[in-house]
Design a protein around this ligand. Sequence first.
Ligand SMILES: [Zn+2]
Ligand SMILES: [Zn+2]
Length: 271
Amino acid sequence: MLPPPSEPSECQSLLTPPPPPSGWHAVASLPPLPLPDRRARASQAALGALLVASLAASLAAATAAAAPPPRAAAWLSLVAAEAAAALGCLLGLLLADPGALRRSPERCFPLPPRVEAAVRRGAPLRSNVEEGGRTFCVRCLVWREEGEAAHHCATCGVCVRDFGHHCAVFGRCIAGKGFRGTRGYFKGIIAAGAAGVATPFTLLLVEGLLQEEVCEWCELAFRRGRRRRAAGGCEPPSQCLIFMIVSILVCLNLCCPFRKCLRLVFDACVR
Ligand SMILES: [Zn+2]
Ligand SMILES: [Zn+2]
């Protein structure tokens, strides 16, 4: 009969190395994440907020100055709605997660052998590790899977999925697809800005068309009497029309199906 297995002695347990940490303990034992450039992010975000706020205030002032009293409230409501949309998108852009790849056992492990050796030694790592279509970021210590289109943002100190660029005006990564990430908010700010700039020009054009007598609004905006018709009323200023067309094209260009159509037409013309 075999003797029952004996308990490991105190000496044996001291000689055996402890098992390597696993799961979230292993994640916690990794070197700390690179620090974001908080100063740059804060100053860039302040610049973006100042830009949006000053543009909204200037456009509201221009609209208030040019709108005739009977319809002033309607025009100002339109500018206020555009300003609210821009500020809402700005808030979303500043607060939303652009799609940062967070550390987790699945994201971080297994570490590539070269990285594991360097982490043990505490040595710095320079180049990322490519393996079968996926990449290991040696700064965040995370795997970026194939098709994630992830990139490491040095300012934010993190890898971001579907990365577009780091916006130096708003201090955030512009990334994501559809309603995910920050790309939608960024496009929203641009669209609201284009609509806001187009509004005073649209006001001049519409109010000019509605005027039966001499157009006061074109006189305000352009040289006195230059655009006046002999029969009274107002000829739409060509600057307004050009600007409106450009604004509409800018807004439409933000819409993907329209861009695809443009590309198809362009390709057909080039061929
Ligand atoms: Zn990274
Ligand atoms: Zn960034």
